[in-house]
Design a protein around this ligand. Structure first.
Ligand code: BG6
Length: 369
């Protein structure tokens, strides 16, 4: 049941600290190493990988986009992310030294399954990141890393998504570890940060009421735009998708730097623009660029809503509203910055009198191509 919540989605949003903790459970070793007993591809084969594809649909695809930043950074292996429905129609270059990571909450999405089969025919190694135990996608893969989100009932994925992102970090760090001791210290440092994530998600959830109030103020908008850079870009895409799915509001996510190349024309007086700001403690240029993007859209009349790290005061002069998230390393930030966007979409849909758990035209698991 809904355990007293009006919507399964709200319950599942609240379950995220536990879901993230469960997904990490037993996979972080005492010496700061990654322990993935379920990945049954030999270390030798993992060392021979020269290219990675991440394949998924919908929200899971956004987890894949985040994976690209982290996995390439930690492993120095080139990573391509592709929508499952596009992948096999363009004759991708795959062989034995290619690792294909398929991400699917349900493990039954037909587009993803067909992409997986195509990859296997081409001799690629396939690793599934999946939530549903014993479902088709992990059964047909060479290896599986289960997210441990528990059953997800709401059609729009929340804890499924957050645990997919965490599982991608684990895979990236594991590959870095298997492939060379050069990265050992870095792996241990990130592991220490991963351990903090459940509490940090809890911190974001403690601020739920002010995010809901903001959501109510946005419920009659006809267009809402989302901006992000680096890993904030897939988070912006995910925020926009959630809003489209649940509230039936026109929403788009943009790479903050690309806006000026066309889409900035959409911004008029009062257009809400939600910006995912990176940590000011990460690469200085990244944060500075996003601050100027906020300035640019505001100068054109946008109502700016900024998701910013605790203590980031540089955004204040240009933000009409700030949503705070705890300090995390840049690559891990999506685990905290996505949460307010989930709450916003949920609240906006609820205020509009819509069925949050069962949006029109959508199904939890799509088993046709
Ligand atoms: C859909 C769902 O069509 O499939 C989305 O409505 C979901 O919410 C997508 O993200 C992918 O599903 P899965 O189970 O493969 O992660």
């Amino acid at each position: 049941g809904k355990a007293g919540y009006p919507w399964f989605m709200l319950k599942e949003i609240d379950e995220q600290p536990q879901a993230v903790a469960d997904t990490l459970l037993g996979r972080l070793g005492n010496r700061g190493e990654i322990v993935l007993d379920e990945v049954r591809i030999s270390d030798e084969d993992l060392r021979g990988i020269t290219k990675i594809f991440v394949i998924a649909c919908g929200t899971a695809y956004h987890a894949g986009l985040i994976a690209k930043y982290a996995v390439e950074h930690w492993t120095r292996i080139p990573v391509e992310v592709e929508l499952a429905s596009e992948f096999r129609y363009r004759d991708p270059v795959l062989d034995r030294s290619t690792l294909v990571i398929v991400i699917s909450q349900s493990g039954e999405t037909m587009d993803t399954l067909m992409a997986l089969r195509h990859a296997k025919e081409q001799q690629a190694r396939v690793l599934a990141i999946c939530n549903a135990n014993g479902s088709t996608i992990p059964r047909e893969s060479d290896a599986v890393l289960y997210t441990r989100a528990g059953p997800e009932v709401a059609v729009a994925s929340t804890k499924g998504f957050l645990t997919q992102v965490v599982a991608c970090y684990l895979v990236g760090l594991f590959l870095a570890q298997v492939r060379g001791l050069k990265y050992e210290d870095e792996v241990a440092a990130v592991v220490a940060e991963l351990r903090k994530l459940p509490d940090q998600v809890r911190e974001v959830l403690a601020g739920v009421e002010s995010v809901r109030e903001l959501g109510r103020s946005l419920a009659t908008e006809s267009t809402i735009l989302f901006l992000g850079r680096h890993v904030g870009y897939p988070v912006a895409l995910e925020g926009a998708l959630k809003l489209k799915e649940l509230a039936y509001i026109h929403a788009e996510g943009f790479a903050a730097g690309e806006l000026k190349h066309g889409s900035i024309a959409l911004i008029g007086q009062g257009t809400p623009v939600i910006v995912v700001a990176p940590s000011p403690h990460g690469r200085e240029s990244l944060h500075g660029k996003v601050v100027s993007n906020i300035q640019e859209v505001r100068a054109r009349g946008a109502r700016t809503i900024v998701i910013a790290e605790e203590g980031d005061d540089e955004v204040l002069p240009y933000a009409d509203h700030v949503i705070r998230v705890p300090r995390t390393p840049t690559l891990l930030a999506p685990v905290v910055t996505t949460v307010p966007l989930q709450i916003l979409a949920c609240e906006i849909a609820d205020t509009r009198g819509l069925d949050v758990d069962m949006p029109r035209n959508l199904a939890k698991s799509v088993t046709v191509e």
